[in-house]
Design a protein around this ligand. Sequence first.
Ligand code: ZN
Length: 279
Amino acid sequence: MPELPEVETVRRILEQEIIGRQIIGVTFYDFPGVIGEMDPHTFRAMVTGQTLGCPERRGKYLSIPMSEDLALVIHLRMTGRVLVVPRDAVPVRFEHLAIHLDSGHDLRFADQRKFGRVLCLDADTARFALARLGPEPLERGFSVRQLTRIASRRKSPIKNVLLDQRVVAGLGNIYVDEALFRARINPFTPAGTLTEEDQRRLVRAIRHVLRAALLNQGTTFSSFENPYGEQGRNADFLQIYSKGKAGQRCARCNSELVWTKLGGRGTSFCPRCQPSPTA
Ligand SMILES: [Zn+2]
């Protein structure tokens, strides 16, 4: 499911396609719940006539500022997809919403699982909601010191701490498993027991796996596609994510990888490169 690199890939394309465009209409399909609690007539009345500003990303959220102090806040969740297509393109599968732009294109939202949302919020509400997220891992605010401060107080496994969006924004199951493998840290390690050297390697590893995935325009494992309907290329470069499930061997040491559950989530690691904290 989409994490920071996938959402940023979407943002970069939207930046090319929608800035300065005016919304001239909205079409709903079978699931108006895609806009949350708001009534579809209200949504249509609020967004029609609005001019779109530069899309921003915070964690796994997209926020598109509109004129009149409003913002469209988009969360892809598990299977949400944002598309930019010509107005006359036939609706894609699971399409719930088409926002018609004066460029002759539509900004569309499709979602098989229906957990994703496209919300119309006033700009202050949007800012306030997104301010609760932790620092951006690719920006300066995310540092070894900052991670240490949070992790040292936690007894929970480091994997769960990294998945907490208030600790660091934008990581999910794929890039947490990849970063822990790269940093040679077992996902079950209690966060508070990591050494300063562990933390340093971890911060470097997180940045590395995210940057590499961004260069490859995201990971398509099941459903992710960019707004042009193209898949990301990063799946070919994953070292560990879900590979233990298929009984594959570690690319570094050739040990058989382990697949298990941690906090209800599938988790892969190498028992030799990432030794158990109790071993
Ligand atoms: Zn290994």
